[in-house]
Design a protein around this ligand. Structure first.
Ligand code: C2E
Ligand code: CA
Ligand code: CA
Ligand code: CA
Length: 276
């Protein structure tokens, strides 16, 4: 487009119309997908730093799109939330993950990601209780991953639900730790079992001594508070070596160990693990 106002506008208008149409298309697609449950869960192992055993698999949602194949949740979760469909989809994820976990050895648990909107209507605690009861999965085998935004909507209700979940024996992990601006105060308010250090910190630890120091600081703080620590996004041997130097980290997760796996691959991996 030319640099004059009109030129820019002319170039801009079709672009906006195009975006609105694209958004419409994805909304229609997503509504149908949620109705028909056109999703599956992929599972990524969390590896114990010392023993290299796998005690947890994180369930990661995938949309099976007829033309685009497997679509990442980053693209569609915000749309699902805007359309008010996340509570329904979130229940499906929870139930599917619990049923899947039941087929694994008893010392392996499943971690499920939650949208903060699932806490908004105030009966999430009941949803979890019912799901555990109906599927028969012990609460101790379920871990829920929440982010700081959980306290954004219905703060009192969310705190009450989280306390109730913790009393039930469900484990709570604070995801993407370090990326928000109030992470530290959340450690005071929430009854957590684990923090997951965001992969943004891990990415540059090879080149940037500050990132490494930040991780070391977060780890020692978490340990001081009695929390378990997972580091996400470990992709290289160099990163692993640096993390091992820090020590005290409980679990590692990332492409170096495994990408998120289809359920068949998950079962194959579990069968191949010789751990006790
Ligand atoms: P997350 O919870 O932080 O999940 C980790 C993301 O990092 C996953 O992306 C995973 O595939 C990716 N990842 C794992 N290891 C590596 C690595 O070594 N390097 C890199 N570059 N990436 C790695 P994914 O599956 O696309 O999920 C994106 C986000 O979508 C998740 O981030 C989570 O916030 C959200 N999400 C996933 N499943 C669900 C769900 O069932 N419900 C809700 N509400 N959100 C979900
Ligand atoms: Ca997560
Ligand atoms: Ca994360
Ligand atoms: Ca994330």
């Amino acid at each position: 487009a030319k640099a004059d106002g009109k030129g820019i506008w002319r170039a801009f208008e079709p672009e906006m119309a195009h975006r609105a149409r694209a958004r419409q298309a994805i909304e229609t697609d997503i509504r149908k997908a949620v109705e028909e449950r056109r999703f599956h869960l992929a599972y990524q192992p969390l590896v114990d730093m010392k023993s290299r055993h796998v005690r947890t698999f994180e369930a990661l949602l995938r949309w099976d799109h007829p033309e685009r194949g497997s679509v990442s949740p980053q693209e569609f979760i915000p749309v699902v939330e805007d359309l008010g469909l996340i509570v329904s989809l979130g229940r499906w994820v929870l139930e599917t993950a619990c049923l899947q976990c039941l087929k694994w050895p008893e010392d392996i648990r499943v971690a499920v990601n939650l949208s903060s909107l699932q806490f908004r209507d105030g009966n999430f605690l009941e949803v979890v209780r019912q799901t555990l009861k109906q599927t028969g999965l012990p609460a101790s085998r379920l871990e829920l991953e929440i982010t700081e935004s959980v306290l954004l909507h219905n703060e009192a209700g969310a705190l009450k639900d989280l306390a109730g979940l913790s009393r039930m024996g469900v484990r709570l992990a604070l995801d993407d730790f370090g990326t928000g601006y109030s992470s530290l105060s959340y450690l005071r308010w929430l009854k957590l079992d684990k923090i997951k250090i965001d992969r943004a910190f891990v990415r540059d630890i090879g080149q940037d001594p500050k990132s490494l120091k930040l991780i070391a600081g977060i780890v020692s703080l978490a340990k001081e508070l009695g929390l378990s620590v997972t580091v996400e996004g470990v992709e290289t041997r160099q990163q692993l070596a640096l993390l091992e130097e820090i020590g005290q980290i409980d679990e590692l997760q990332g492409y170096l160990f495994s990408k998120p796996l289809h359920i068949d691959e998950t079962l194959t991996l579990i069968a191949s693990l010789s751990q006790k």
